[in-house]
Design a protein around this ligand. Structure first.
Ligand code: A3P
Length: 321
């Protein structure tokens, strides 16, 4: 079986090497364009393996997002909600684990370890576009939660993430205005960003009972309200007793930017330790956690161009960002 697996991986590698590639961002590896999206070869290889091998269970909850749209926050909120009867405020793994590490990534952890993904809780995350999801995720009828964010804030957050990561590896980061043009053209990890969002948006209209579509800004605006909706959607609703005891509020407080970013593990720990280019400081996942930080980085002209792009891309979809 291992041999078959190796042959499969080799055939994925060969296929990937024939795809259009690009590296104007100055990533640590080239990005490849596959079925309309830009993706790193290791994630693409993981995605192809997952498409062939991953078996979703109807009780699974899959957390989907592009980069820098609040994935870690959604991971922490859903993890704390699902595990609320197993742990309390002083025993939850979130106190000593990066939120990104409590819920594995389908295309990444699966390809690396290809062992049981479920870790005892039915949560899994992915950055893959909707059209890339393994068929079993759609067929099993499991729940999907998608989180997106204002493209301007997403871009600014992504720029800092990539520039910070490059610097830590002694690579030369790209300038913000060049990165802006690339993102605008659709050349960004898992981009075009708008197409990523639209894929999930359309699916959420078709299957509202299976796909919950969230915006980072809404979650910031009323986290308790949205957490209750998320819990209900996942099949772990807060009872009226729990609501009286303030359980949702406690989870929101535990997972708040201020609380999590202040924990030792998130200040000084490492993500993917010992895994070469993938290794990074946990604190790179906590920057500001604010809505509208783009105002500090984009000129009015840039912002207007971005907004026009968004309007043009989303026109007729019923979605606004
Ligand atoms: P900023 O760079 O704008 O601060 P992801 O987890 O998808 O990579 O998203 C990262 C973004 O979410 C970063 O945005 C990060 O600061 C923000 N973030 C991380 N934890 C958060 C939390 N608990 N609450 C709100 N935002 C959070």
């Amino acid at each position: 079986e291992k041999r078959n697996g190796d042959v499969l991986q080799q055939s994925f590698k060969e296929m990937i090497s024939t795809l259009p590639k690009e590296n104007r961002w100055g990533f640590l590896e080239d990005y490849y364009q596959y079925q309309g999206f830009w993706i790193s070869p290791s994630f693409l290889q993981g995605a192809l393996s997952a498409q062939q091998q991953f078996q979703a269970q109807p009780t699974d909850v899959i957390l989907c997002s592009s980069l820098r749209t609040g994935t870690g926050w959604l991971k922490s909120l859903t993890f704390a909600t699902i595990t609320r009867t197993s742990y309390n405020d002083s025993t939850t793994p979130l106190l000593h684990t990066l939120p990104h590490d409590v819920v594995p990534f389908l295309e990444f952890d699966h390809s690396q370890f290809s062992t049981n993904l479920h870790l005892g809780i039915p949560l899994l995350a992915t950055h893959l576009p909707y059209s890339f999801l393994p068929k079993s995720i759609i067929d099993s009828g499991c729940k999907i939660i998608y989180i997106c964010r204002d493209p301007k804030d997403t871009f600014v957050s992504l720029y800092h993430f990539i520039a910070g990561h490059c610097k830590s590896k002694n690579a030369q980061p790209i300038q913000l205005d060049e990165a802006f043009e690339l993102f605008y053209e659709g050349v960004s990890p898992f981009g075009p960003y708008w197409d990523h969002v639209l894929g999930y948006w359309k699916a959420s209209l078709e299957h509202p009972d299976k796909l919950m579509f969230l915006k980072y800004e809404e979650l910031v605006e009323d986290t308790v309200l949205y957490l209750k909706k998320i819990a209900e959607f996942m099949g772990y609703p807060f009872s009226s007793e729990e609501q009286q005891q303030g359980v949702p509020e406690n989870i929101v407080q535990l997972c708040s930017f201020d609380n999590l970013s202040g924990l030792e593990v998130n200040k000084t720990g490492k993500h993917c330790e010992g895994q070469g280019n993938l290794e990074m400081e946990n604190n790179i996942f906590f920057r500001k956690g604010k809505v509208g930080d783009w105002k500090n980085y984009l000129t009015t002209e840039m912002a207007q161009r971005f907004d026009q792009r968004t309007m043009q891309k989303l026109s007729g979809s019923g979605l606004s960002l």
